[in-house]
Ligand binder design. Sequence first.
Ligand code: EPU
Length: 418
Amino acid sequence: MDQIIVEGGRRLKGEVKISGAKNAALPILVSSLLADGWSSYSNVPNLMDIQSILPLFTDLGACVESSGDRVRINAEGLNNHIAPYDLVRKMRASILVLGPLVARLKKAKVSLPGGCAIGARPINLHLKGLARLGAKIKLEHGYVSAEAKRLIGAEIYLDTATVTGTENLMMAAVLAEGVTTLKNAAREPEITALAHVLNRMGGDVQGAGTSVITINGVESLTPTETRIIPDRIEAGTFMAAAALTRGDVTVLNCEPDHLEAVIHKLQLTGADVRVDGKNIRVKGADKIESIDITTLPYPGFPTDMQAQFMALMSVANGLSHISETIFENRFIHVSELRRLGADITVQGSSAFVKGVPMLSGAPVMATDLRASASLILGGLVAKGKTEVNRVYHLDRGYDGMEKKFARLGAAIKRVKLT
Ligand code: EPU
């Protein structure tokens, strides 16, 4: 198991290139199952979550080739409708194969992903939506089965604007007979990116990026080539680190339009944030001002940036109120940030962070992906040595994070423990 060791106290300075977005790559790679022939993808990030989903495609009968940031998938041989427990448990987004498998093979059996550290994360809305499209759904022995001779377009209202739920239903409906309308659909940029891919494959998906998505079903799709959009959460994490270390960092190759809420909040902390085309330069203020944050579905402030901003607020001037409205248990980093000397109180879905002048390094434990990032950020400003354990959580979703921080001047290294 690896460990990351950070010696805090250095201002970050320089440029960092942002990788492709995990949460765009996952559904887009899955969309290859909707067509026969080779689909090609570039700018695919080098992450455990990607490494974990590729064997699932092979298991389902597809051919997969990957080299560097490129992945090619050919689903011509798709012949297995079962996504087994051993593959799904490593990667809960594997549930995204449910819609495409029913659409292509008329049946699917996918191991239920279960909860994770940040919440129960049910998939009831994925299933309700598929049932509205005419699929017969059964839950048995830890698996969900869905069957339909042909899915039929329908109007679907999503009680919550679920991201992967919207993606799953878009991929099911694109090959359904007739028109599907998704109401209260999620509006994240990853949804829009998936819709573009489906349309380039010959699908007819309108309205992605708004809360009403209309899908006119087509008979078949053809493979396409796709470049994965930049990871807005990786970009936001480096921007927060720049502000936190009072540094001067330019994030390159990002999509500033996807980061409006993060940019706005960083500016309120006193950071100087400038957008220049696809690059964003962040110069941290010497005195970080405390701000309040409420996580919301896009275009609101992302829950995936909450932990990193909590690290920032832990050394801000004054009291900050952070309200988490998306996941019921996304404050697990609090007790570890406290080990670094942060003064944080949690009351239900609210965290109150009283800024302290200085954090102090300590051994800490990563508990989920974004929590890990917040602990590394904390370590970057803590006095002395911070040892972040269980960094496999970080490797799920950040492409070479410690190397990128080292290039910006951080004293950070990965240690392999046997
Ligand atoms: N929900 C339901 N029923 C459902 C689906 C969702 O009640 O059928 C609830 C969830 O419990 C949660 C809320 O709806 O309270 C939103 O969940 P959503 O379904 O949107 O989350 P997700 O699709 O499982 C994706 C990202 C997450 C990100 C969330 C919110 C992927 C692969 N994952 O998850 O990313 O936090 O949207 O933006 O796209 C991460 O990258 O660290 C991460 C956790």
